[in-house]
Design a protein around this ligand. Structure first.
Ligand code: ADP
Length: 375
C-alpha cells in the first residue's frame, strides 16, 4: 500500500511517499517558493513518476493531509469530501496563516488524483478531549460560545506518536501499563503535553500556537497586559503586536538568534544574552513539568522530542538538573550518547523514566490515514 503525506504551506509543499507494508519512506520531496499550488502538485507528481514510484497520482492508495486547525469539529482523522473542505474553510479565522494553504493543497490534489481516498489529519485532534477546566480560559464564558475562544493545542500528531512509542516501550520493558507521561516537543515551535493513558489532558499551546513555552521567535506565556501597555505607550497597532509576539520574540528576541545550535555556541563564547535565553527556555520547561506532574498526580515518563529535544543533550541536561525532588534524575553518559529511535536517559535512581524519542509526524499521518481507510 502506497500512501502520500502532504504538508501544504503558504509558500512550500512538503511530501513523503510511504510504503505502508514496511513503514519505509520511498521518497521525500520539498517544493519551495510555491506561488501556484496547482503547479506545485503537478511538479510533485512529476518527481514521483520520474523516480518510478507511480505513473500518476491516481496510482496512490491514499493521500493524507496535515491540517493545522480542526477546531471543535474534527476530533479524528476525517475522510475528505466537499463537506469536510467547507468545514475546514470555516475554521480559517482560527488559523489564518495555515488552514488556507492546507485547503488549497487538498483541493488541488483532489483535482489531480480523482478517486484516490484523501484524509485530513489535524494537529489539534489529539487534544480534542481535554477536560473543560483545562481548555476554558478565564474570560467571559460567552466568548467561548460565540467566538470559540478556548485552548486547542497543537503538535498533536507528534505528541501522539512519541507518547504511543513511549507507552509501548514502558509496558514492554517495565510492565508499566497506565502511563502518566509528559511529552516535550522542542523544535522551532515548542510545546509540552500531559498524557494520561494515551489521552492528552493538558497542553501548553492555546487557542493559537503562541502560548506556553519559549520558542524560536514566539514569546510563549506573557502577561497579556503587556500588549495594552505597549499599545498605549508606543501606539503599536494589532499587526505590529502580532508580529512582535510571533516573529520577533522568543529566543530570537532575547539574543538575536532562533537556532538553538547557534545560541549554544554563542553562549559558549561568553555571550550573556544567549546564556540568559537558554536559561529562560529551560526554566519555562521545568515549570511546565512541575505543573503537569501536578495535573497527572505524578509521572512515569518524561519524553524529549523535536529538533532540540532529540539532538541537544545539553538542553536535556539543563532541563533535568535539580529535578530530583520530582523523581527526575538523568544519567549524563546515557544522555550524551543517546541516538536511537528511542533512548533511555535516566539514572537507576530516577523514579521517572527519561526518554528521547525521535518523532515522525509524517508516518503518524500515514498510519492514521491507513487506519481510517481500514476501519
Ligand atoms: P521545526 O519546529 O521547524 O520542525 P525542528 O524540530 O527541526 O524544527 O527543530 C529545529 C531546532 O532544533 C533548531 O533550533 C535547531 O537549532 C535545533 N537543533 C537541531 N539539532 C540540534 C543540536 N544538535 N543541538 C541543539 N539544537 C539543535
Amino acid at each position: 500500500m502506497k500512501i502520500l503525506v502532504l504538508n501544504s504551506g503558504s509558500s512550500s509543499l512538503k511530501f513523503q511517499l510511504f510504503d505502508m507494508d514496511s513503514h519505509r519512506v520511498l521518497y521525500s520531496g520539498l517544493i519551495e517558493q510555491v506561488s501556484d499550488h496547482q503547479q506545485a502538485i503537478i511538479a510533485m507528481a512529476e518527481q514521483l513518476s520520474a523516480q518510478g514510484h507511480i505513473d500518476d497520482l491516481t496510482d496512490l492508495d491514499a493521500i493524507g493531509h496535515r491540517v493545522v486547525h480542526g477546531g471543535e469539529c474534527f476530533k479524528q482523522p476525517t475522510l475528505i469530501n466537499t463537506r469536510t473542505i467547507e468545514a475546514i474553510e470555516q475554521l480559517i479565522p482560527l488559523a489564518p496563516l495555515h488552514n488556507p494553504a492546507n485547503v488549497l493543497g487538498i483541493k488541488m490534489t483532489r483535482q489531480s488524483a480523482p478517486g484516490v481516498p484523501q484524509v485530513a489529519v489535524f494537529d489539534t485532534a489529539f487534544h480534542a478531549d481535554l477536560p473543560d477546566y483545562a481548555y476554558t480560559y478565564g474570560l467571559p464564558y460567552e466568548l467561548y460560545k460565540k467566538h470559540h475562544i478556548r485552548r486547542y493545542g497543537f503538535h498533536g500528531t507528534s505528541h501522539q506518536y512519541v507518547t504511543r512509542k513511549a507507552a509501548e516501550f514502558l509496558d514492554n520493558a517495565y510492565g508499566i501499563k497506565n502511563t502518566r507521561l509528559i511529552s516535550l516537543h522542542l523544535g522551532n515551535g515548542a510545546s509540552a503535553t500531559a498524557v494520561l493513558n494515551g489521552r492528552s489532558i493538558d497542553t501548553s499551546m492555546g487557542m493559537t500556537p503562541l502560548e506556553g513555552l519559549l520558542m524560536g521567535s514566539r514569546s510563549g506565556d506573557i502577561d497579556p497586559a503587556i500588549l495594552f501597555y505597549l499599545a498605549r505607550e508606543t501606539g503599536a497597532d494589532i499587526n505590529t503586536l502580532d508580529d512582535l509576539l510571533n516573529k520577533q520574540s522568543g529566543l530570537k528576541g532575547l539574543c538575536g538568534q532562533n537556532d538553538m545550535r547557534t545560541i549554544i555556541e554563542q553562549a559558549d563564547q561568553g555571550d550573556e544574552l544567549s546564556t540568559l535565553a537558554i536559561h529562560i527556555f529551560c526554566y519555562r520547561i521545568k515549570k511546565y513539568i512541575g505543573a503537569y506532574t501536578g495535573a497527572l498526580n505524578g509521572i512515569d515518563g518524561l519524553i524529549f522530542t523535536g529538533g532540540i529535544g532529540e539532538n541537544s543533550s545539553f538542553i536535556r541536561e539543563q532541563v533535568c538538573t535539580n529535578m530530583d525532588g520530582l523523581g527526575i534524575i538523568m544519567d549524563s553518559h546515557k544522555n550524551q550518547v543517546a541516538n536511537d529511535a528511542l533512548s533511555e536517559l535516566q539514572s537507576p535512581h530516577s523514579k521517572v523514566k527519561i526518554l528521547a524519542v525521535k518523532t515522525n509526524e509524517e508516518l503518524e499521518i500515514a498510519l492514521q490515514t491507513q487506519q481510517l481507510l481500514d476501519s
